[in-house]
Design a binder for this molecule. Structure first.
Ligand SMILES: O=C(O)CCC(=O)C(=O)O
Length: 359
């Protein structure tokens, strides 16, 4: 494990409240706490007039056929980020041992086929509308590219279906929880290698049940490769001194399922190896289901972070100069998943996120 101390960890930490978590874990600190600073215990966030705010606008596809606009905005101080601590890949010191495996999909019929609650005609109409919004690349900053709507519809359904099946099996989703029994409203599963939130290190099995993480499906690797290719083609076209990113051969995938109250505090992904960082090997992130407000910046200061929406089908890549950016999820926007997806894949309300890395 490279990166020394602050692996996937914010730079500063508030006093522990409920959980007895090893000091320094980024799970300790909610976004709210990060905004307020280590000494604050208040839950509300007030002003939106911070001189530290930086506003950036880039192009984003809209729901209509008109000229697409994508907003990348600073994190407004007026935004209430709630008091929950960071979920999922944040904050686990235990598991839900004995509990039924978490199913990211709603109930299916006995034959395991999907029940459609809306007519195929309606679903196809919505799919056509979405396809007309063509995919698009957005340059967020050096080393950081967002591929809007990159994941094909069938691939999105396939990814959810595979994660659902893996998630209810051995090494599947579990509820990260605190030692005192407090639970977080987010589920996590690792593929390839296990990432242990307590030691912030990778291993072959997970400490609490010795389960081996399932392997990364080959189809997922192929999509990662295609996304890297698309990103580099885009960067090449951009020209100038824009850096292309080195190819990633992922051996780790963290799968997070955020419920609609899920969040993830600003942190860096620093648990991979030094050679991986030295080469600037990127993190490739798939978003499915409800939209996430994603924060990113050079420090763990939420007020200085920029914000971009990650919608279902989006692929975010950050490597090279952006490999160690601070990033997190400030909120999940309820009811924003495309209807065709929730109908077909029967995904629960919330968001599925897969981040691929190379150890
Ligand atoms: O959900 C996301 O988009 C980010 C996930 C993440 O930062 C992580 O798993 O380390």
């Amino acid at each position: 494990m490279a990166g020394g101390d602050g692996i996937r960890t914010p730079a500063t930490f508030p006093p522990l409240q409920k959980a007895r978590i090893p000091r320094g874990s980024f799970h300790e600190k909610s976004l709210e706490q990060q905004k307020k600073g280590p000494s604050s215990s208040s839950l509300s966030v007030s002003s939106n007039n911070s001189p530290l705010q930086m506003a950036t606008q880039v192009v984003q596809p809209q729901k209509s056929l008109e000229s697409p606009q994508h907003m990348v905005t600073p994190v407004g101080l007026s935004e209430s980020l709630g008091s929950r601590s960071t979920p999922c890949s944040s904050g686990s010191v235990g598991s839900d041992s004995g509990a039924a495996p978490f199913d990211i999909c709603k109930k299916r019929d006995n034959k395991c086929s999907f029940k459609l609650s809306r007519s195929l005609l309606e679903i196809n109409r919505e799919k056509r509308r979405e396809m007309e919004q063509f995919s698009k690349e957005i340059y967020l900053r050096p080393g950081m590219v967002l591929l809007k709507k990159f994941l094909k519809h069938d691939d999105q359904v396939d990814i959810i279906t595979r994660c659902q099946k893996l998630g209810v099996g051995s090494g599947g989703f579990y509820t990260p929880g605190y030692r005192d029994g407090a639970k977080l409203s987010l589920q996590m599963m690792c593929l390839g290698k296990n990432w242990d939130p307590n030691s912030r290190s990778y291993g072959d099995t997970r400490p609490f049940d010795e389960a081996q993480p399932p392997s990364i499906p080959e189809v997922f690797r192929k999509i990662v490769k295609d996304a890297m290719q698309a990103s580099n083609d885009f960067l090449k076209k951009k020209g100038g001194d824009v850096e292309e990113l080195p190819p990633l051969s992922p051996d780790i995938c963290l799968v997070n399922f955020y419920t609609i109250s899920g969040k993830l505090g600003l942190h860096q992904d620093k648990d991979e190896t030094k050679p991986s960082f030295d080469k600037g090997l990127p993190v490739v992130s798939f978003s499915l289901g409800d939209t996430a407000e994603f924060l990113y910046g050079d420090t763990s200061n939420v007020d200085k972070a920029s914000k971009v929406d990650l919608e279902s089908g989006d692929v975010l890549i950050f490597g090279g100069k952006s490999r160690l950016i601070f990033h997190g999820v400030s909120r999940i926007k309820p009811n924003t998943a495309p209807n065709w997806l929730t109908d077909k894949a029967e995904l629960r309300p919330g968001r599925l996120n897969l981040t691929f890395r190379q150890h």
